[in-house]
Design a protein around this ligand. Structure first.
Ligand code: NCD
Length: 308
């Protein structure tokens, strides 16, 4: 049966664990998987800028022995002529076995999935969610910490528009005794629908603060995010808020020795390059984890669809 991944909640906790195990197996034995998608095609439809997510999907498919067809900008596609997402999804289903799609509108991936006859993977829909970045984040945390339970996770920066944050909270809050410290300026706080529907509904401990250094000593994970310029209504607010948090070696003075620092990238100013050599910086490892998790996901969805 065709199955898509639109929101991280579409995957059960057991499935998350299975995807992590599969990604680790691919990492250890890439040759076992190098022909598994032979003759199959992934279409990448990116209606919004992306470097790593699109190339990560493409690299993943090539490493599985498959092929890629791609639309890299909305301006050069039929969307510019006014084609609907529903029609595009129907059309691309005739060319590809699986679709990875990024779109600036919340809900666009769901519309595509409802109209495509092949699995659709949401590679980011507006400020809503970004489940495959969460898969990358989970594998990184698993490798660094060996567990999810009992962790204190600091999320810092643009918690309002940062879709990666919304998906990560949704995933991690399923594990036992996870605590969140939500670090942001007042205007960029986590939306109420995540606070009430996820954190409060599940009885998860969280605290909101604007003070990164104050929160630092308690954290096991620090997840930095970029202020999402493209989702602001006016330039002035963006300019005022964009440098709210800049992680420097000095700010890490009070941090745990085994803190793991994550960032979905691209980084603008949120982490000084001086932090890159700190052994606690995991954001480039996270990129690699993303590719392996996307491989695991492509295999899972193509198997469930009966394509491989
Ligand atoms: C993130 C995104 O697109 O939401 N990037 C990514 O996919 N790694 C984060 C961001 O753009 O800030």
């Amino acid at each position: 049966m065709k199955r898509s991944l639109i929101d991280i909640v579409d995957l059960s906790t057991q499935e998350l664990d299975e995807l992590i195990a599969c990604a680790k197996d691919i990492m250890a034995h890439p040759e076992k998987y190098s022909e598994i998608c032979h003759g199959k095609k992934l279409a990448t439809l990116f209606f919004e800028p992306s470097t790593r997510t699109r190339m990560s999907f493409e690299a993943a498919m090539y490493e599985l022995g498959g092929n890629v067809i791609s639309m890299s900008s909305a301006a050069s596609s039929s969307a510019a002529k006014g084609e609907s997402v529903a029609d595009t999804a129907r059309v691309i289903s005739c060319y590809a076995d699986i679709i990875a799609m990024r779109h600036p509108k919340e809900g666009a991936a769901l519309v595509a999935a409802n109209n495509a006859s092949v699995p659709v993977i949401n590679a980011g829909d507006g400020g809503h969610c970004h489940p495959t970045q969460t898969l990358a984040d989970l594998l990184t945390i698993d490798i660094q910490k060996g567990r999810f339970s009992g962790l204190t996770v600091g999320l810092c920066g643009d918690l309002k528009f940062g879709r990666t944050v919304h998906s990560l909270i949704n995933a991690l809050s399923r594990y036992e005794d996870v605590r969140f410290v939500l670090i942001s300026p007042e205007e960029l706080r986590l939306p109420d629908y995540v606070k009430t529907d996820v954190l409060e509904a599940r009885g998860i401990a969280y605290e909101e603060t604007a003070d990164l250094e104050g929160a630092m000593p308690s954290l096991d994970i620090l997840y930095m995010t970029r202020v999402q310029k493209e989702r602001f209504f006016n330039e002035e607010d963006y300019l005022r808020l964009k440098d709210s948090y800049i992680l420097t070696p000095a700010k890490l003075a009070g941090a745990k020795k085994d803190l793991a620092i994550l960032h979905p990238l691209p980084r603008v100013n949120e982490i000084s390059v001086a932090v890159d050599d700190d052994p606690r910086a995991c954001y480039f490892k996270q990129v690699l984890c993303g590719k392996f998790m996307r491989e695991a996901l492509i295999i899972k969805l193509l198997k469930e669809a009966g394509t491989i």
